[in-house]
Design a protein around this ligand. Structure first.
Ligand code: NDP
Length: 462
């Protein structure tokens, strides 16, 4: 895949970039390592000052960087602005909370004595240079939710961003430089995915985090495993959205639309499988389909657009193949399932609702990365859980019920890293984010996220 900005709304290649050669990559690795040796000695106040300054700059740049994101990957401009604002908020959150999240832990005095110590503590130290392999779908947020905690913990970062968002990748490096971070603390490596292995194997790289597809995660985790290096993986998702009879159906249907088509349907935590109790199935389906069909698909730069193009031509082809397979195996399209005729240029796809989805269809097991919803009719809580858990993924989940006993069951039995009741899954800096099964391992955000790339050190005094 060439490193290039290709506008998904038109298919036009706007700018291409030469990948870094081995010498420049080496120079940057050396800089990251040298920076770590100095930066790790800074205190939380110094780090917070830098991160707050970067957040202020990002706020100032919001409109410009939003346009860059929309140009490179096609999300509606308002969503791009909101993403930039969310990043600044997360940066300030970590600037304010990192010291408390990484405060020394004191084991109970009885245990300290039992170990033969006068006193002992658990102390969090940074790991070193962390390689971040990131995707294009939230080109700022995916990076910031790694970088903010990693930098506050005292690590330095190397970013290998997706090849279709090079300008956003370069913007991020420039942002941290302008904020005053010492040289080498945060650098972008414009390299293709084939060059990742050599960087990851380099002895100066301590760990890696990857957000993206299962094959990419498997490949990076295999190399990291071979090198015995820590990884965090945030991979795909096919989150269930369960609607039970006690749900507020109008809110459930409206939220379902947002949960499915946010970011043009290309979000790991988008709701993808809609599992509806038979008592409310017809009413929910009618309203949901009506709202999906009424969405405005068009130029992502236009303020009136709800759904822009898919980010890549391949992404649309993959989605079309999933829908075609489902239709061939008996699914029924209640709306969409085609390209919009009025938009012949660009990689647009109409919001689609598929009924009658069964385990024989690929879409039952695979991630639909675009505005395509699968519907299932179920008889009770047990069947809802069976369908929800019949997926290789386990990122997050959404359940609409006001029944406390049903809520208890879903918390107990849902195979996912999150259970969101009467609302939709969204990330927040204070809550851990990540999944189980093939959605990956480890957690981002919150105290759990910042500790992933720490050397958890026992300090013992005899
Ligand atoms: P990829 O997983 O291929 O890309 C994500 C990142 O990983 C990019 O930086 C990519 O670099 C890099 N990468 C890819 N393969 C390797 C490898 N073997 N070794 C090291 N790095 C690698 O995602 P795609 O854009 O191809 O999307 C494909 C599917 O992945 C989507 O349809 C969706 O199902 C899923 N996906 C999920 C995301 C999520 O948020 N969970 C985000 C993006 C995709 P490069 O761009 O240079 O190839």
């Amino acid at each position: 895949m060439p490193i290039a900005t290709v506008n998904p709304a038109t298919g036009e290649t706007l700018e291409t970039f030469d990948p870094l050669g081995p010498e420049e990559t080496e120079r940057r690795l050396a800089a990251a390592h040298a920076a770590f040796r100095r930066y790790r000695a800074t205190d939380f106040a110094e780090r917070a000052l830098l991160l707050d300054r970067a957040a202020d700059l990002l706020d100032e740049d919001r409109d410009a960087v939003a346009r860059t994101m929309t140009t490179e990957m096609g999300k509606p401009l308002a969503a791009a602005r909101a993403e930039a604002a969310k990043c600044a908020k997360a940066m300030r959150w970590y600037a304010a909370h990192a010291e408390a999240l990484l405060a020394d832990e004191r084991p109970p005095q009885a245990d300290v004595k039992d170990s033969g110590a006068e006193h002992a503590r658990v102390h969090y130290r940074p790991l070193g240079v962390v390689l971040a392999v990131m995707p294009w779908n939230f080109p700022l947020w995916q990076v910031i939710r790694f970088a903010a905690p990693a930098l506050m913990a005292g690590n330095t970062g190397l970013l290998k961003h997706a090849s279709n968002v090079p300008q956003t990748a370069l913007y991020l490096e420039d942002l941290f430089r302008r904020a005053g971070y010492p040289e080498g603390c945060f650098q972008t490596l414009l390299i293709g995915s084939g060059a990742v292995e050599a960087v990851l194997r380099d002895r100066r790289v301590a760990a890696a985090t990857l957000t993206g597809s299962e094959p990419a995660g498997r490949s990076v985790a295999a190399v990291a495993g071979d090198e015995i290096k820590k990884t965090v993986l945030e991979l795909g998702g096919s989150d269930p959205y369960v609607v039970m009879p006690s749900a507020d159906l109008e809110r459930a249907a409206r939220t379902a639309v947002t949960a499915r088509v946010q970011n043009n349907g290309q979000s790991c935590i988008a709701a993808k499988r809609f599992i509806v109790h038979t008592d409310v199935y017809d009413a929910f389906t009618a309203r949901f389909t009506e709202l999906m069909a009424a969405l405005t698909v068009g130029d992502p730069m236009a303020e009136s657009t709800d759904v822009g193009p898919l980010a890549t031509e391949q992404g649309r082809a993959d989605l079309e193949a999933l829908v075609d397979d489902a239709l061939r195996h008996g699914a029924v399209a209640l709306c969409g399932a085609k390209r919009p005729e009025a938009l012949p240029r660009g990689w647009y796809y109409e919001p689609t609702v598929l009924a009658g989805v069964t385990p024989q269809m690929r879409i039952h097991h695979e991630e639909a990365f675009g505005p395509v919803a699968s519907l299932y009719r179920v008889q009770d809580v047990d069947e809802a859980l069976d369908v929800a858990n019949d997926s290789p993924f386990g990122l997050s989940s959404n359940v609409w019920t006001r029944d406390e006993e049903e809520q208890r069951r879903f918390v107990q039995d849902m195979e996912a890293g999150g259970v969101f009741f009467n609302g939709m899954t969204a990330s927040h800096p204070a809550f851990p984010f990540g999944g189980v099964k093939r959605s990956g391992y480890g957690r981002e955000l919150s105290g759990h996220g910042i500790r992933e790339f720490c050397n958890v050190t026992t300090v013992w005094h005899g």
